[in-house]
Ligand binder design. Structure first.
Ligand SMILES: [Zn+2]
Ligand SMILES: [Zn+2]
Length: 220
């Protein structure tokens, strides 16, 4: 599904495998990045979808994991093996990925088991910029849904696109969610004034007002 000229949704519940969170592809010239990985069951379909949008010689440089939950990370190792990309996650969630913690990563909720997943680049700052081809992705630590949740932002001419993923939550003690952090992060997301919000499960919101209304609906 095309979102802009250079951004597509390439995976998700109805696209790759049931339970998959949305997977997004961002192309910058001959380089690209993926946001999240799904559970992993739909790996073949994901590869097929990616090949429909970018030429085979495109180098997928990074796989950003917005947080450690199984529906976003279960397929990460297969993607890394296939494309040779670097996995990026925030250090506060990387610890649960690297230890294969099936409770905090919610793998148990999916009757699954998370193999310990080494993270190539652990983000520790509140904000970091990744240069990719002729563009960049900015990542921001936005804790609440999980301790190390992050969001990614990129710009195409005239538009700011926010990959907010699990903006809707939920918050749960087993996931080490924190409501105060969550509300703080949602307010930060509002301050970004994005034109397009790519969510993890609820779809893609286009237009500043639509994005603002969706994010605001979770601030109580
Ligand atoms: Zn999710
Ligand atoms: Zn989640």
């Amino acid at each position: 599904m095309q979102i802009t000229d250079t951004i597509w949704q390439v995976g998700g519940d109805s696209m790759t495998a049931p339970g998959d969170a949305a997977i997004y592809l961002i192309a910058f010239d001959d380089t690209a990045a993926l946001i999240d990985a799904g559970c992993g069951q739909g790996h073949g379909k994901l590869i097929q979808n990616i090949s429909r949008y970018v030429p085979a010689e495109t180098k997928i440089e990074y796989l950003f994991l917005t947080h450690c939950h199984f529906d976003h990370v279960g397929g990460a190792e297969s993607i890394r093996r296939h494309f040779g990309c670097k996995i990026v996650a925030h250090e506060r969630d990387a610890e649960y990925l690297e230890s294969g913690d099936s409770m905090v990563t919610a793998a148990r909720w999916y009757n699954a088991y998370l193999e310990p997943l080494p993270v190539d680049y652990k983000m520790s700052a509140a904000e970091e910029t990744f240069r990719i081809g002729n563009g960049e992705i900015r990542a921001f630590h936005c804790p609440g849904h999980s301790p190390g949740s992050l969001v990614c932002v990129t710009e195409v001419p005239g538009k700011k696109i926010l990959f907010g993923q699990d903006v809707h939550g939920p918050l749960h003690p087993e996931l080490l969610s924190n409501r105060t952090d969550y509300i703080h992060s949602l307010k930060f997301l509002l301050s970004l004034e994005a034109d397009i919000l790519c969510e993890g499960h609820c779809g893609v919101y286009k237009g500043k007002k639509e994005v603002r209304d969706f994010i605001s609906s979770f601030i109580q």
